[in-house]
Design a protein around this ligand. Structure first.
Ligand code: 3AM
Length: 189
């Protein structure tokens, strides 16, 4: 393939992948609408979506990401919500609590680093989240309050953020997969 669909984000440890998979089972009956659920192994925090990138640009992208200085930090998921809102949700997500500010700063640094490489700066503010599902037919109702209450009760462990990851989004016969194309380690601070 001459191009890759890329995004920059934070990988989630296996314990978080298992929690996301377990949440899908519990939330599915509460949602009351057909949805594509994030599969175990696919959960991540997106910092910036790059879209389709020609392979000839990959070296410039990785060089720009490698030059971003950041210290490791702990990121704690917590709570959750709906995009664009509870009335007609399209996405159900888990939120981020402690470490969300460092996460937003990292997203801003990634955004700025990629401008010289030809990627437009984000116009919208960064909204840190873990996507749990994408709803295929929004507006069918569902227990929004129950979903929020359940998301508030999840006992997440902290995510030790020690690297930025350049992910590819790849269709496979079993659904989308997000393999890591490159990792960029934090500098101990
Ligand atoms: O981490 P989440 O699931 O929120 O929504 C897509 C997913 O985000 C997002 O990139 C992540 C990996 O696919 N994405 C896909 N197409 C996009 C687009 N055109 C996009 N984000 C912004 N613009």
């Amino acid at each position: 393939m001459d191009s890759l669909r890329l995004f920059v984000g934070i990988e989630l440890p296996p314990a978080h992948q298992a929690i996301v998979a377990g949440l899908a089972l519990r939330l599915r009956p509460m949602l009351g609408a057909p949805a594509a659920w994030t599969r175990e192994g696919n959960a991540h925090v997106t910092l910036k979506f790059l879209g389709s990138v020609g392979r000839e640009r990959l070296e410039a992208v990785t060089a720009a990401l490698a030059a971003i200085p950041f210290a490791p930090f702990a990121l704690l998921p917590g709570g959750g919500g709906f995009f664009p809102g509870p009335a007609r949700p399209r996405v159900v997500w888990a939120g981020l609590g402690s470490g969300a500010a460092q996460c937003a700063a990292l997203a801003a640094a990634v955004d700025a680093a990629l401008v010289p490489v030809g990627f437009a700066a984000e116009a919208r503010p960064f909204a840190a989240h873990l996507t749990l599902c994408r709803i295929k037919a929004p507006g069918r109702g569902g227990d929004a309050a129950g979903i929020l209450a359940l998301l508030d009760r999840v006992d997440w462990p902290a995510i030790p953020v020690q690297a930025l990851t350049l992910f590819a989004s790849q269709p496979t016969p079993g659904g989308l997969r997000y393999p890591a194309v490159a990792r960029f380690a934090a500098t101990p601070g």
